[in-house]
Design a protein around this ligand. Sequence first.
Ligand code: ADP
Length: 666
Amino acid sequence: MFEKILIANRGEIACRVIRTARRMGIKTVAVYSDADRNALHVEMADEAVHIGAAPSAQSYLLIEKIVEACKATGAQAVHPGYGFLSEKREFQEALAAAGIAFIGPDAFAIQAMGDKIESKKLAKKAGVSTVPGYLGVIADDSEAVTIARDIGYPVMIKASAGGGGKGMRVAWNDEEAREGFRSATNEARSSFADDRVFVEKYIQQPRHIEIQLLADGQGTCLYLHERECSIQRRHQKVIEEAPSPFLDAATRKAMGEQAVALANAVQYKSAGTVEFIVDAERNFYFLEMNTRLQVEHPVTELITGLDLVELMIRVAAGEKLTLRQEDVQLNGWAVEARVYAEDPFRNFLPSTGRLTHYRPPAADSHVRVDTGVYEGGEISMYYDPMIAKLCTWGPTRDAAIAEMREALDQYYIRGVSHNIPFLASLMANQRFVDGRLTTNFIAEEYPTGFHASDLPPEDPAVLIAVAAVIHRSLNDRDIQISGKMAGNKATVRDDWVVVLDGTRHPVHLHAAEGKAQRIGYAVEVDGQRHTVLSDWRIGEPLFHGTVNGTDVRVQIDRVGIGYRLHHSGSQAVVKVLTPKAAALDALMPVKAPPDMSKFLLSPMPGLLVSLAVSEGQEVKAGEVLAVVEAMKMENILRASQDGTVAKIHAAPGSSLAVDQKIVEFA
Ligand code: ADP
């Protein structure tokens, strides 16, 4: 077995690999860029080597630097994680040349599966069912049309070197085929420096179901069942689960056996995944094989009880698998939600910044949190804005989903925007709960994007009762402190008015009968009685208790004289006032929001690449004002109306926060 391994990655996956290596008694080496000096993976590893500047092309993608780091530290093997160099044949070859083991498949398998056209040819030969289509390189748009007609519309035009959802177009007619060919070719050329595209049948209403494989390269290749990853936004996975609610035992076995046949055809070694799309009749078709550990591997670990990273390390060290196919468990149900630093209410714009508060739900046998961040740490603009992968397990699918709802309610993140409201909305969506999934799910269920109204309806009485109890506890404490002073007139009050969304609700509190908890009240809200019991302590950001016997978790932030409450993905600002203060509060003027129409604001965090205007210049509607680069894409900002530039607020080269002023008009 190896004594020391290097992890050529960052973030949650680097931390996850380190954890297993440590448990196996293997020393670990982290690598890091300038932006990751204080990152969690660096802190967790036994040693860490600085490999370059923040952009990944100048650090995590530099093969030489990583080989050097191995030599300098004496690491005998490298785990590549996912992304970065994990599927780069050249990396594997450079390591082999230096006598360092690669914890993954051989270069040949990476090469064979790295290209969509070549891998589909191989799959066909191995008897794997593939999407009907044309597996040749297409010369021009008229050939694309001829082939599309042959296959029959709708078709999908795909970049052979594609990945991450890039270079794919759906076409329903000749015109779209022509246009799709051109745009897929251009995107493939700029993203992958390889403009080969092919055409295949577009499977309608498909599910994305993938098979996890594990092979030792010494004759044993096992399938560790499937994961369903149909909940995608723009071809990127958001929710994954294992097993799939759609497969029966026979289909599972057939898919598993075909995946194994393909792996054997390339003498596969290590963990890998064969992706399929499955139509409404449970016909399944090979999409591609990922020759690495997948982001969503934890759901497989939760239902099989296996540690995939441990098994990858053992196989790379030359051990044979002792597990047999019939011993692979399928126990219960697991769901994963990808928690991202992005604003779901603003078209999922990535968010960056410092995590001022970060408290994940407590991990136990039903809750797993894989993360690479910590409170006080930073989400930088250089890498994938994933905060964590939250997984829950239950004996049934319903139980796993219920656990997920609870865990999301507990997840406390401040400082950056995050998608927990969206994840909470998905978990409450009836079609999701029923398991009626397709890859179009998000587009169909949220046709105009995500809005606060997509969140499950709340019973306002629950929030009102909780707010009153929180406020009463704080009031009691104030009296305890100041009551010891002479002349104090403060009294314990039972009557309050809770102002929620501008509506006033009279509230009356009584001590609850026979309470065992520290806090227990019968709260009359608008004349209706609710029993609130809790062990909450002042200062805790999460209120956990029961309202009328039902478990409730509410996150509390103080804002001004009121509170912002977060529950089931939604937020409400409440004020708890004395009846007299409430009467006066109603007379307070409402502050109008500032007029920002005279400003060009940065729509996202990013880099101001260039400014096209100067002070005093007149501009016409549609004219280019500035270019902002974010997430490796250049965004051109144009004038929305005619006007005169009064002031420039940001210089080219400066990094911009979302909504930061760039230009002011007269
Ligand atoms: P990438 O390598 O970019 O991730 P994939 O080939 O894995 O591309 O496809 C990504 C997603 O695109 C799939 O999960 C599926 O939702 C959709 N997709 C791909 N091919 C087809 C097809 N022929 N018909 C329908 N949907 C498809």
